[in-house]
Write a protein that binds this ligand. Structure first.
Ligand SMILES: Nc1ncnc2c1ncn2[C@@H]1O[C@H](COP(=O)(O)OP(=O)(O)OP(=O)(O)O)[C@@H](O)[C@H]1O
Ligand SMILES: O=c1[nH]c(=O)c2[nH+]cn([C@@H]3O[C@H](COP(=O)(O)O)[C@@H](O)[C@H]3O)c2[nH]1
Ligand SMILES: NC(=O)CC[C@H](N)C(=O)O
Ligand SMILES: [Mg+2]
Length: 526
């Protein structure tokens, strides 16, 4: 058995990043809600516990607290932001609602020598102080440390920016070591799990596979499982993983809602017939989806309808099997956090990903989502470890609602057909624009697509007036799809794509390029 780190979640948008950084340090970790019982803490067997940040304020009554056993279990604890504040409060320190909120970049002076920050700094000032470049996101601050604690770091705004009780191995930081904007964050979390908790780097993808396979077998027993397969990265990896666990008891259902890309249906069915020995049923539900979407313009309403119709199809297919009790999906962590939705008491809803926030209350199948904790790049790593082909694992993501969220406002077949053709041209050109090292712009971008704008503009073609629709091109670069930059595509390439779209797709006469980052914009337009 390898050692493991327990992360208690107080509702931060970035809690999973803590888990991820710990896993990157080669140490197994799991996230649980903050309100697990004292017994759970005592019997879990953690080598260390991390308390996440969160949107609440400990200065208000009835806000989350860590189980008291956390501080009495005798294992090292690291509190981050809200986690630090609740640690301070619970152990006899004082927290106050600050006058200024500190959001974003800050420079922190490391004080004293502690096992956590020992030898870690970004630069040294002329007075010889070691400084850290960090990311802060808080309003409250600690004004009095609990007894037995010493100061570990400070800023002008926040004199107690980190504190420690080294005897009891309790550490706390006001800044967020889990985000990449804290330059030494990875090193700090690495020191916590290795030096302070004494964990070895003994966790990796092959281990993850065998554990996940075991867990799936235990969870589903002898039941059959239906899996929503889109041909995208996540559901393909989920299919391969579940197939490894339960073999023929898995049936995949690929739904064509009429909002897929050009020739996507045949492509996905061929790819699966060739690469995975799994059963795939192809359901053409175009009329069902288009009928329900007619006249609907609100993005959230569209997402909810699509989510519901997906489930209708899955349930109908499940009904045709003898013993299907589970619906498996390739849901990954960003889908979960942005939809917030069920089970999340604190995080905010950004948009309802069809497979999470869009699920109806009446689902009569149990959910099996083995990738729910992972980020996209981890899913890809898992896919490679499972032996899936490179092209499948490195496809750009395509949202389940498909062109439904790329046709702004009402979805019509006429619009979908125009968009499909424009999108195919864009992707074809990205694939064929290859640099000296043989990398195409398709590989250099994380996601790229066309968006249909239901507005008409005037043009002139062949001396005649045109009055046609507009498409926007979007291409982004990102690690984890939580934040993204717009891709600086070469102008020549954009020009060529624009020319081809306008010349080849009758009904479109204007092409624009989207230069918004995420945040503030999201990747999809709806
Ligand atoms: N056309 C479809 N048919 C069946 N299930 C689908 C379809 N589209 C999406 N799903 C289900 O919804 C889940 C979420 O979709 P999402 O697009 O996020 O993931 P993906 O398609 O598996 O991967 P990628 O993000 O690479 O496109 C999928 O994993 C799959 O279970
Ligand atoms: O399966 C999905 N169902 C959805 O409802 C959905 N909405 C967005 N996405 C994809 O998620 C990533 C982040 O997208 P946004 O920046 O638009 O939120 C991007 O990769 C999006 O394509 C979805 N995927
Ligand atoms: N990011 C956080 O954990 C914030 C903690 C608390 N809500 C504050 O504003 O200070
Ligand atoms: Mg997809």
């Amino acid at each position: 058995m390898h050692s493991k780190i327990l992360i208690l979640d107080f509702g931060s948008q970035v809690t999973q990043l803590i888990a991820r950084r710990v896993r990157e340090a080669g140490v197994f970790s799991e996230v649980f809600p903050y309100d697990v019982s004292d017994d759970f803490i005592r019997s879990y067997g953690a080598a260390g516990i991390i308390l996440s940040g969160g949107p609440n304020s400990v200065t208000e009554g009835d806000t989350p607290r860590a189980p008291q056993a956390v501080f009495e279990a005798g294992v090292p604890v690291l509190g981050i932001c809200y986690g630090m504040q609740t640690m301070a409060e619970q152990l006899g320190g004082k927290v106050e609602m600050g006058k200024v909120r500190e959001f974003g970049y800050a420079e922190v002076r490391a004080r004293g020598h502690t096992a956590l920050l020992n030898g870690i700094s970004d630069f040294v000032t002329s007075e010889g102080h070691g400084m850290l470049k960090v990311w802060m996101s808080h309003g409250d601050k600690i004004i009095e440390m609990p007894p037995g604690f010493k100061l570990m770091a400070s800023t002008d705004n926040c004199p107690i920016a980190a504190m420690a009780n080294e005897e009891r191995k309790l550490y706390a930081v006001q800044f967020h070591p889990e985000v990449t904007h804290t330059f030494q964050g990875k090193a700090i979390l690495g020191r916590f799990v290795h030096e302070i908790c004494g964990c070895k780097s003994d966790w990796n993808m092959p281990d993850y596979i065998s554990e996940a396979v075991e867990a799936i077998r235990k969870q589903v027993g002898d039941d059959e499982v239906i899996l929503g397969l889109s041909g995208g990265v996540d559901s393909s990896v989920a299919a391969a993983l579940i197939h490894r666990a339960i073999g023929d008891k898995l049936t995949c259902v690929f739904v064509d809602h009429g909002l897929l890309r050009l020739n996507e249906g045949e492509m996905v069915m061929n790819m699966f017939a060739k690469n995975l020995g799994v059963k795939v049923i192809h359901v053409d539900a175009t009329e069902q989806f288009m009928g329900k979407l007619a006249g609907v313009t609100d993005p959230e309403a569209k997402r909810k309808i699509i989510g519901r119709e997906f489930v209708e199809v899955f349930q109908a297919e499940a009904g045709k099997l003898k013993n299907a009790k589970w619906l498996a999906q390739g849901t990954i962590y960003p889908d979960v956090i942005e939809s917030a939705g069920k089970g999340k008491k604190t995080a905010h809803t950004i948009k309802s990903h069809h497979n999470v926030g869009g699920l109806p209350e009446t689902l009569n199948l149990k959910l099996l989502e083995p990738l729910r904790e992972l980020f996209k790049d981890e899913v890809r790593e898992l896919g490679v470890a499972l032996g899936l082909p490179h092209d499948m694992v490195y496809r750009h993501p395509f949202p389940g609602p498909g062109l439904g969220v790329r046709i702004l406002g009402e979805v019509k077949m006429e619009y979908a057909d125009l968009l499909r053709r424009a999108d195919a041209i864009f992707i074809e050109e990205l694939r064929s624009a290859v640099d000296e090292e043989g990398r195409s712009w398709y590989d250099k971008t994380s996601q790229a697509f066309a968006v249909f704008l239901p507005v008409k503009s005037v043009g002139v073609m062949g001396d005649g007036r045109t009055y046609d629709y507009v498409v926007a091109l979007r291409a982004v670069q990102t690690q984890d799809f939580m934040t993204a930059h717009w891709a600086h595509l070469p102008h020549d390439l954009l020009g060529k794509v624009s020319n081809r779209i306008i010349n080849e797709v009758r009904g479109l006469n204007r092409v624009v390029y989207d230069i918004s980052g995420k945040p503030p914009a999201t990747i999809e337009w709806e």
